[in-house]
Unconditional design. Structure first.
Length: 129
């Protein structure tokens, strides 16, 4: 079994983001460990709960959330990139005087140190986007 970290830098519904989702599903199906999912840059929009996908279109953010919850995955969203884009959890919304928690359930905000830590301990790091 190989442990992986996935770094997702592209927004949902882009080819790179969808490729990362399919790659994650394949890794899990083959018995590999997904040590951490790290969403950075435009990839933080994957965890944005206020996004609305038009009827009949694939909702990549929802698919990621289902995968995270079904497999109890560690899904980390870069806090600096998220704040720049208005993707806030409840504590950050309160700290910045904003009214809403816009982070999908199962995701957490954290710094780049979480990415570095996981890269140092995983067997492989794959970057998408």
């Amino acid at each position: 079994m190989t442990s992986f970290v996935l770094l997702i830098q592209s927004p949902p519904s882009t080819p790179a983001n969808l490729h990362a989702l399919n790659f994650a599903k394949t890794l899990l199906a083959q018995g590999h460990e997904l040590q951490r999912l790290f969403f950075y840059g435009q990839g933080v929009y994957t965890a944005f709960s206020a996004a609305v996908t038009p009827h009949g279109e694939f909702d990549a953010g929802d698919a990621w959330q289902q995968l995270v919850e079904a497999h109890h995955l560690d899904a980390v969203v870069c806090i600096a990139a998220a704040l720049r884009r208005g993707v806030l959890d409840e504590p950050e919304a309160l700290r910045h005087g904003k009214a809403a928690n816009l982070l999908r359930k199962g995701f957490e905000l954290a710094g780049l140190g979480m990415l570095v830590e996981s890269i140092l301990t995983a067997d492989r790091c794959m970057t998408f986007g």
